[in-house]
Design a protein around this ligand. Structure first.
Ligand code: CMP
Length: 227
């Protein structure tokens, strides 16, 4: 489905407070890009030339461990942005960003982004808000890696995934497109085999339902955790 860029920007975490004409101005400078699944959109340590807003699909933010394994730090979906850090601190890319699903995004060049930031304090405020949220999530992830066993980490991962990317079905269930078991393993610091075994356990106990590419979870589980 084609995504109307003005509507996307209006709903995005960064540009929501701009007027219609300001959104038009941003839309004119943004360049649409399509990425296949597993395509590298931003490569860690490369120089930066722009920021991206996700229109559809999902991306993973990752870096290699000292043994060269992929560590997934975060996933981002429609309305989210990435690639801002290297523009803000003038350093190379802090991580890689790879399409986890086929993904459409808009690229805003460094020069245009800097002009937008200068002209609209609201964008700067939104940016700080979103970066604070990401820092909170990163702190929570660190806490979970240090304090939870792998069963707890998987449970928390699935709940966070459903909260961030899930779709409420209106019948008490949430649906979310399931990452590969390897991607789940790389997000929670375990092996693919362990994820496969634990997902089967969760399913047997009725805590998740896996059907095709989707995972279904009960909405009340999302509300209970973390309250
Ligand atoms: P940049 O460093 O330009 O390129 C990699 C991008 O990954 C980075 O900007 C952020 O947009 C994103 N990123 C890095 N770390 C995190 C994180 N902890 N949570 C969410 N996104 C991140």
């Amino acid at each position: 489905m084609p995504v109307d860029i003005r509507e996307l920007l209006r709903r995005s975490s960064l540009f929501a407070e701009l007027s219609a004409s300001e959104l038009d101005a941003v839309a004119r400078t943004a360049e649409p890009r399509d990425f296949a699944r597993d395509e590298v959109i931003v490569a860690m340590n490369e120089p930066a030339d722009g920021l991206f807003v996700v229109a559809s699909g999902r991306v993973k933010v990752s870096m290699p461990s000292s043994e060269g394994k992929e560590i997934i730090i975060a996933t981002l979906g429609p309305g989210d942005f990435f690639g801002e850090m290297a523009l803000l601190d003038d350093e190379p890319r802090s991580a890689s960003v790879v399409a986890q699903l086929p993904t459409a995004a808009y690229r805003i060049r460094r020069y245009d982004f800097e002009r937008l930031l200068d002209a609209h304090p609201a964008i700067g405020r939104k940016l700080l808000r979103e970066m604070s949220l990401r820092l909170r999530r990163a702190n929570a992830q660190m806490e979970s890696l240090v304090t939870l066993d792998v069963v707890g980490r998987l449970a928390r991962f699935l709940i966070d995934l459903a909260r961030q990317h899930g779709q409420l079905l209106g019948n008490g269930w949430v649906a979310v497109r399931r990452p590969t078991h390897q991607d789940i393993a790389n997000s929670i610091g375990t092996t693919r085999e362990t994820v496969t075994r634990l997902m089967a356990d969760l399913e047997q106990r009725g805590q998740v339902v896996n059907e095709g590419k989707m995972t279904y979870m009960r909405e009340d589980v999302l509300r209970r955790e973390g309250e």
